[in-house]
Write a protein that binds this ligand. Structure first.
Ligand SMILES: Nc1ncnc2c1ncn2[C@@H]1O[C@H](COP(=O)(O)OP(=O)(O)OP(=O)(O)O)[C@@H](O)[C@H]1O
Length: 224
């Protein structure tokens, strides 16, 4: 369970999240909100990439301020821009990177990398340079690199923005089938309709917190 307790966040003297308190216990949670409403900031607080300037964030009882490393192992994070996540020259090496860092035996790394590349439709790119892939292919690679580590929770920051229809569907199916809990920041309203819970942010505050059938129309209404 991820818990926000009176969380505020400011960049310098600019407050972007104000007094957020909630517990995320559901399998699929979406974060909606307009540009600049604080969604990415909230997402980064979920796995300790950022620590709150006020209040606390805990993941399965671990405080992101004091147990950041353990939290980052528990919570995988798929960035909006895959270029910040892709670190090694070839696709295969990139997917293997996190597993190597965890000192997993070679044979198991090979097995898990093969399975991840197959699952995400990347097998034919295995030995290719990652930087030559298209934006959408890189997005899939970044997702594969996070999921291969089998984190307990996964945070996705706008996972479908770069994707064509086919790959958007692939990512939606991947998220749907994940055994772990997922929190997804998105502008893709169709994707969230079968989620368990939707939080809507406006100016750094939660203005709706409900199942999608209630929260999505409320969000659309607020936009118009
Ligand atoms: N590192 C930073 N330093 C200063 N201000 C920042 C920083 N990161 C974000 N901000 C500001 O904080 C506010 C919230 O940004 P955030 O990226 O969390 O919003 P968002 O809802 O994810 O937006 P979008 O939908 O456009 O991606 C914005 O006004 C942004 O300019």
């Amino acid at each position: 369970m991820i818990e926000f307790c009176s969380v505020t966040h400011a960049y310098g003297d600019r407050a972007v999240l104000s007094d957020l308190s909630f517990r995320l216990t559901e399998r699929r949670v979406a974060i909606l909100g307009g540009n600049g409403s604080g969604k990415s900031t909230l997402a980064r607080l979920l796995n300790g990439l950022l620590v709150p300037t006020g209040g606390s964030v805990t993941v399965d009882g671990l405080d992101t301020r004091t147990d950041g490393r353990a939290v980052r192992r528990k919570v995988g994070f798929v960035f909006q821009n895959p270029d910040v996540q892709i670190v090694l020259p070839t696709v295969e090496e990139d997917v293997a990177f996190g597993l190597k860092a965890r000192k997993i035996p070679k044979e198991e790394i090979a097995r898990r990398v093969t399975a991840a590349l197959d699952r995400h439709g990347l097998a034919r790119y295995r030995h290719q340079p990652a930087h030559q892939m298209s934006g959408g292919e890189k997005q899939l690679l970044a997702i594969a690199g996070v999921l291969v580590l089998e984190p307990d929770h996964v945070v996705f920051d706008e996972p479908t923005t770069l994707l064509d229809l086919r790959n958007r569907r692939r990512v939606i199916e991947t998220i749907r089938a994940l055994p772990q809990k997922a929190v997804v920041v998105t502008h893709d309203l169709d994707m969230v309709m079968d989620f368990d819970r939707v939080l809507v942010l406006e100016d750094g505050r939660v203005v709706a917190d409900a199942p999608p059938a209630v929260a999505v129309p409320a969000y659309v209404e607020r936009l118009s």
